[in-house]
Structures are given as C-alpha cells and as structure tokens.
Design a binder for this molecule. Sequence first.
Ligand SMILES: *Cc1c(COP(=O)(O)O)cnc(C)c1O
Length: 367
Amino acid sequence: MPLLSALRRLSAKPTLQDWPGLIEAYRPWLPVSDRTPVITLREGATPLIPAPAIAARVGRGVKVFLKYDGLNPTGSFKDRGMTMAVSKAREAGAEAVICASTGNTSAAAAAYAKRGGMRAFVLIPDGYVAQGKLAQALMYGAEVLAVKGNFDRALAIVREVADNYPVTLVNSLNPYRLQGQKTAAFEVVDALGEAPDWLCIPMGNAGNISAYWMGFQEYRKAGHSQRLPRMMGFQASGSAPLVLGHTVEQPDTIATAIRIGNPANRDKALAVREQSNGAFHAVTDQEILEAYKLLGREEGVFCEPASAASVAGLLQQAAEVPAGATVVCVLTGNGLKDPGTAIDHSDGSFHAGLAPEVDVVAKVMGF
Ligand SMILES: *Cc1c(COP(=O)(O)O)cnc(C)c1O
C-alpha cells in the first residue's frame, strides 16, 4: 500500500503493519544483544484510548486516557515483561521457567515459554484464579500446580524451587520483566508527545508501577519528555499493604489479580511514590466494580476488575487532579479473562426464555 510505505519512510518508528514486538521496537533501551534469541508474539503497541465519560466525571477540563494493555497477545501487560524474561532465560540456556501467579503471569509465562521451546511450571492459589486465565495456561501447555494457599505462599515456594532446581524464575523479581514492562511508559510518551501529569495504576506486587517509573525517567533523561508524572498507585482495600504500611496476612478482594498481601517490589514502590511525589490509596471492591461497569457501559472498554482499580482511584481522587491536567489510567488486563465476575455483576439486561416470535421480541424491546 502506497500510504503505508509513505508512512514508513516518514517515520523512524515502525507502523502498525510491521510492528516487530517491543524488543525490536525499543532495542536500544533494553538489555539485549545479537546473542539474545528474541521470543515475541508482537506484544506492545497497545492503544491509548481517550475516555470522555470518565473525564466528564472528573471535570475541570481534565483529559483522561486509557492505556489498554489488555490488548496484548495473552490479554495483559504481563506479555511485555515475559518477552524479555523468556528471551533472556533462553539466551542463558534455560529449559524451563517457573512462576507463582494470580493468573495473568501464568498465561504469559506459558505462552512465551512454549513459543521458545521451554517447559512452563505455574503455581496458582487454588480456587482464586479467574477462569479465562486458567484456560489460557492449560491451552498454552503449562504444567499447572494449584496450591492450597494464597499467592504470597506460592511465591515463597517458587523462589525456593528456582534456587534449588534448574528452572528460571519469571516473576517480577526477575529484573528483565521490569525492563520489558517499562516500554509501556515509552509508548504513552510517544503517543502523547509528553508524559502525563498523573499516571493511575493498580498495584499488586508493584512491579508495573516500578517499571513505568523507570520508563518515564529514562525517556525524560533522553529528552523525549520535559516532565515526569505523579505516580498514583491503587490497591484494593482488602489487600492494601502498600497503603497500610504493613503486610496483609489474609488479602481479600474481588480483583484477584491484585489479591496480594506481601508485595515483592515493596521497596521499589515506596521509592517511586517518594521520587514522583505520588500517592497510594485504597479503593473498595464496590468502587472497583462501579468503575469496571462504567468502563464497559460508557467507554466501550472491557477490562478485568483489577484493572478498573486505576479508574476507581482516579474517580475517588478526582478533586485532587489539577484543572486541565492529562491523566493516563493503565488498564492492565482484558475483561474476557474473568467472565464470571462480569456475568455476576453486570447491570446489562438479560431476558431469558423468550418465545421465538417477532411480537414477543418487539414487546420486550419496548415497541
Ligand atoms: C499482575 C497484574 C496487576 C498487578 O501488577 P503488579 O506489577 O503486580 O503490581 C494488575 N492488574 C492485572 C490485570 C495484572 O495481571
């Protein structure tokens, strides 16, 4: 197509048609070399979607965008970290990877490990992983071990297993994960032409907020932006160790992806808050569900409950946003991951058992 080739000539950045995945797109920024076998599913390049209905609720000329990372190949931002972690594991000769997961890490680890010809072991908290995520791990051929304990316990086990057996840990303690994930901040700045004033993001293990901050800092240092955002992190009120300032022994929330009581990246997250003049707040499951439904109903964007915590947090803190500011809310995962929560909580109207007749259907439609 002439338009595409013209665009290609005009811009140093690849166009949509030939997006090579984030390692190739941002190679100079990443710890890879000619010897790194790049294992990619063309992750990254996710859309930054204007959110006028949310902006209207915040008011005062505030502009709101959604970084919809649920459009990555396995449906969450975890793919950004996993392309790096698995490529580096392969480079080092690993034949198996292991992770503990509330679901999305296991889906991503399985997809990338299998694509790279490796085994994938995933430990999940038995009974607390959304159905879509479990389906993915199984379809990608992971060896799934469901343990009778929460995420924090599962992580403690995989750390020890990785220390003692020939398997590579790909949780966000793996530094390559955060390197891959920082590219989301690059994409936000590339799209806006500047860093936002606020970056609203859900926190579980707090790897992603740390990765975004690293990305924003590196881009500013290189002159791609003039400013840095305030990093606004949100946790579910039943699992809010970073807000409370202490470990939560029995974390509880409908947002299973952030049901974490002992965050692996606690110290990094606290440093991000301080350096960015940011703030951490808790949002209730009720607030999360309201934002989750609002996103679907008024913005046409279906994310998973944990992701909606970023929007719930923005709405909760709306009075604190400076007039005219630009806010980016990170939507970390796709709504299809967790159909159960959607069906249980949606306000959508569902009329069951209708007779298959035009007049019956028209009557229900209100005609
Ligand atoms: C992993 C995950 C999070 C939390 O990210 P952290 O890096 O652990 O803070 C939030 N939302 C979704 C959908 C996730 O999969």
